[in-house]
Design a protein. Structure first.
Length: 94
C-alpha cells in the first residue's frame, strides 16, 4: 500500500491496482507524478488494470490531467476504470 496526501494506492488480490482519491483533494502535477510512482511500486513494476475512485475529488490541474493522459510515457496499466458520482467527477473522468 502507498498513501500520500491525496491518494491511497493498493494492489487488490483480484489482480488490479486500486487508487482512491482522498476527500476534497486538489490534485497537482507533483501529486500525479507521485501516484504514478506508487502504481509502479505496488504493482511490482508489472502491468495491471487500474481502478481509480474519483468520487471525492475536488479538482485536478491541467498539468496533472496531461500527465495522467499517458501521452509519451510508459503507462504501466493495461486498462483503466473510473468510479464517479457527481457531474464534476464525471467530467474529470472523461
Amino acid at each position: 500500500m502507498s498513501k500520500t496526501s491525496v491518494f491511497t494506492t493498493t494492489f487488490d488480490p483480484r489482480g488490479f491496482v486500486h487508487t482512491v482519491i482522498h476527500e476534497g483533494s486538489e490534485i497537482q502535477l507533483e501529486d500525479a507524478i507521485e501516484n504514478t510512482a506508487a502504481v509502479i511500486r505496488v504493482s511490482g513494476g508489472s502491468n495491471y488494470p487500474i481502478l481509480v475512485d474519483l468520487r471525492k475529488i475536488k479538482s485536478i490541474s491541467k498539468e496533472a490531467r496531461d500527465h495522467f493522459s499517458m501521452h509519451g510515457r510508459k503507462p504501466n496499466v493495461t486498462a483503466i476504470a473510473m468510479l464517479v458520482s457527481s457531474p464534476l467527477s464525471r467530467i474529470i473522468g472523461n
